[in-house]
Design a protein around this ligand. Structure first.
Ligand code: GLA
Length: 754
């Protein structure tokens, strides 16, 4: 609901509200973002100032000092904090409130930027400057989020250069810490938490894309906020290009938050009568700690960001051939993998890189779309037909935004690639970016990708992008608008094609891409233990339905870690399950184990993908839970095992305290080879720990790990359910968890009480 009274504006629903007012001088004073309040609460929030501080400035005759909390600020008027906007004008424009408009829906962005959709109300605040410029601040209220964006209109007779234009600016009060997510290729989402100080913290990417270096999402939390208590706010930007946010504390204790496109190399020439629209900034709030904030953010993304067709639509269990085959495959190899994938329970077969042109390594072929007939003599449609006969859908990899210099496309159109002006070719993974601001480049991509999708009856596309570039300079924003245009033209008419975006893993994990692709490949780091950490950190800002997470081979190709198959599966359950290694290597017992994993995931798929997600308390390791409709599934993940382990408990959350629940741990199997020389103590015959007998037994036989069963009330379970003791070498008991390094367990908690 939008309420307006005596120049006070309130956007409010039962979860959240946003309030500001227009001062006598036409400035916008921020009052409140947070709990649902009433319009008459204005007085409780407004800062009560007496006299000005020495050396503060402000427009003569105006009553509103520039050190107060604001919704937008103009340069040159005494506000020395971060400014939301810079133009190349000699005299800075002073924007003052003139009017407002209300809408009972979202208001369409005209320039092609993606935006949140669905039930919402919008308030447009119009501010003008005497020099014929206007600023339109859009506030949209969703059930668990508020979004903001700004539109600048040049109503003068000349052109104006926009040098910096943020989507939103807000000054809040309180003591907050900021958490940003930084990283690199195969090391995404490393949290950095710091107190918000007076120099401020900048979270910015300048690689041309949102990047794994600095994810656009961040959080502000009260210093003592926990998973369940305290105020936590989540922020993000619906944009995939260079982003910028700064959170800065003023001497008066106000925290200014700006969010928008990075001003680095940004330059937008705005002709007379033209407008510049910024991407939408997202804000959520919760007084129930990090968990409450995540839940609100997940709900917002699942309902208002993900394309409508994929709302609550279950995602297939897939097999991807990349880590198993790389560039080296034939149709018959793919079909034998597909047969095995089908036997395991996979629903979709994804052919990754290497199917087109002379693409036998990452040095050639990118940009070409002719099928490599040596590998696929029957083309895409021939392969799809065979997969279809097996009962598998067909998915295909593309990297449409880049080109190898060794490709027919580059030889024909070298001018389509983005290069630096000194003639030196700067490659990243042997690639150059194509200039997506050129209509002919966009047409080429749209025609070729669409043709391949249609020819191959492709039901899933992995859209990769492995080249980052600061060479985009001022055209970076045009590139991103070009990318959105291409995505819209290809997938708009094909909503049922499931798009998974990828950028060397999680190099473009952002809300802009999620508006087109319901899921994103979380990381090229497919080591289960490493990716567990990445998934866990992603969970703060993104729902599990968006996180592509596959089971890979062990020892792992990047870390050489040997992780039990049970843990590799258990971790992938808390994301979108897939398998990505050479299935020909599977032993009979591994085949059975994977069949069980897939059957288990399918049974609880809706919960894993769309259930309400919680991070749980754990004395050691990571614990997570999904739940809904009387069932919860919790996972407990350990890293290194310690001798003489203490007693352990599981702390599920969100159960009904009065109902009785049954807990059952998921059946897990143990490979006897794990016990090495210890086998001598339990077997009647003498065997060599690494000998042929034990190795052969390991391929066909597994021991059952201990099962935990318990019936108790929700109140008891939430107080901490005791877990089976862990093996520690002093003896064996069948009720013991035989856990080594990187072990994990899954517990299913159900109630039949209604
Ligand atoms: C990138 C992706 C991988 C894979 C390769 C193929 O690295 O992140 O998943 O698709 O490209 O070249």
């Amino acid at each position: 609901m939008i309420q307006i009274k005596n120049n006070v504006f309130l956007l409010k629903n039962e979860n959240i509200s946003y309030m500001f007012r227009v001062t006598k001088d036409g400035n916008l004073e921020h009052l409140h973002f947070g709990a649902s309040v009433e319009i008459d609460d204005e007085d409780a929030f407004a800062v009560r100032y007496g006299v000005g501080w020495g050396s503060t400035g402000g427009p003569e005759g105006e009553e509103f000092p520039m050190y107060l909390p604001m919704e937008w600020s103009s340069l040159g008027r005494g506000d020395y904090r971060e400014s939301p906007m810079e133009l190349d004008q000699e005299i800075p424009a002073a924007f003052k409130y003139t009017s407002y408009k209300e809408y009972d829906h979202t208001v369409a962005i005209e320039c092609g930027l993606p935006q949140a959709h669905g039930d919402a109300e919008t308030l447009e605040i119009i501010m003008t400057s005497p020099s014929q410029m206007s600023l339109h601040l859009f506030y949209t209220l969703f059930d668990t989020a508020v979004t903001r964006r700004a539109v600048f209109r040049n109503e003068t007779r000349g052109s104006i250069n926009v040098e910096k234009m943020m989507s939103s600016m807000m000054d809040i009060q309180g003591d907050y810490e900021i958490t940003t997510y930084n990283g690199a290729w195969i090391a995404e989402m490393q949290p950095y938490r710091a107190k918000v100080g007076m120099s401020g913290i900048v979270n910015e990417s300048t690689t041309g894309f949102s990047s794994a270096l600095h994810n656009p999402g961040f959080m502000l939390s009260e210093p003592d906020a926990t998973e369940t208590d305290g105020v936590v706010m989540g922020f993000n930007l619906i944009y995939s290009g260079n982003h910028y946010s700064r959170v800065q504390r003023s001497n008066e204790g106000l925290i200014r938050i700006v969010q928008g496109i990075s001003p680095v190399s940004f330059d937008w020439l705005l002709g007379p009568g033209k407008q510049f629209e910024t991407p939408e900034a997202v804000m959520v709030w919760s007084a129930s700690g990090f968990g409450g904030m995540s839940e609100n953010m997940h709900r917002f993304i699942n309902e208002h960001i993900i394309p409508q067709y994929w709302h609550n639509r279950e995602r297939p269990v897939l097999y991807n051939d990349w880590e198993g085959c790389m560039f080296d495959f034939t149709e018959s190899k793919l079909i034998s993998l597909a047969k095995k994938a089908k036997e395991l329970g996979c629903e979709l077969f994804v052919l990754d890189d290497g199917w087109f042109g002379e693409r036998n390594s990452d040095k050639a072929g990118l940009g070409d779309y002719n099928v490599n007939k040596k590998k696929l003599p029957n083309g895409l449609s021939g392969l799809q037909k065979k997969l279809g006969d097996l009962g598998l859908d067909f998915g295909l990899w593309f990297e449409p935004e880049a080109v190898n210099p060794d490709s027919d496309l580059f030889r024909k159109h070298p001018d389509w690639a983005i290069q630096s002006d000194d003639g030196v070719t700067v490659l990243g993974r042997n690639e150059l970016l194509l200039d997506l601001s050129l209509p002919e480049v966009r047409d080429y991509i749209v025609e070729n990708v669409s043709r391949c999708i249609d020819e191959g009856k492709v039901s899933y596309v992995k859209w990769d992008m492995n080249r980052h570039s600061t060479a985009l300079g001022a055209s970076a924003h045009r590139y991103i608008l070009g990318l959105y245009d291409v995505l819209r033209r290809i997938f708009g008419p094909r909503p049922e094609v499931l798009l998974e975006s990828c950028s060397s893993g999680g190099n473009r994990f952002d809300l802009g891409m999620l508006c087109f692709s319901p899921q994103i490949w979380a990381s090229d780091n497919t080591d289960a233990v490493e990716r567990c950490r990445i998934q866990y950190q992603l969970s703060y800002l993104y729902p599990l339905s968006t996180i592509g997470a596959h089971v890979s081979a062990t020892p792992h190709s990047q870390t050489l870690r040997d992780t039990p198959l049970s843990t590799r599966g258990n971790i992938s359950f808390f994301g979108l399950l897939g398998y990505e290694f050479d299935l020909a290597d599977l032993t009979p017992v591994e085949t059975d184990e994977i069949k069980n994993q897939i059957a288990f995931y399918k049974k609880y798929r809706n919960l894993f993908q769309f259930g309400s997600f919680r991070r749980l308390k754990a004395a050691e390791g990571i614990s997570m839970q999904v739940s809904g409709d009387g069932t919860a599934v919790a996972g407990l993940f350990h890293e290194l095992v310690h001798a003489a382990p203490g007693y352990e408990r599981l702390y599920p959350r969100g159960l009904d305290p009065k109902k009785v629940y049954s807990v059952l741990s998921r059946r897990q199997l143990l490979n006897a080879t794990k016990f090495g020389g210890l086998l001598r103590h339990v077997l009647p015959i003498r065997v060599k720990p690494d000998g042929a007998v034990v190795r052969t037994a390991g391929k066909i036989y597994r021991m059952n790990d201990a099962v935990r069963e318990c019936d108790a009330t929700g109140a008891a379970l939430m107080s901490g359910m005791s877990l089976n003791a862990r093996f520690m070498g002093t003896g064996y008991d069948p009720g013991m968890r035989m856990q080594g390094d990187f072990s994990s367990n899954i517990y299913v908690i159900t109630t039949e009480e209604t």
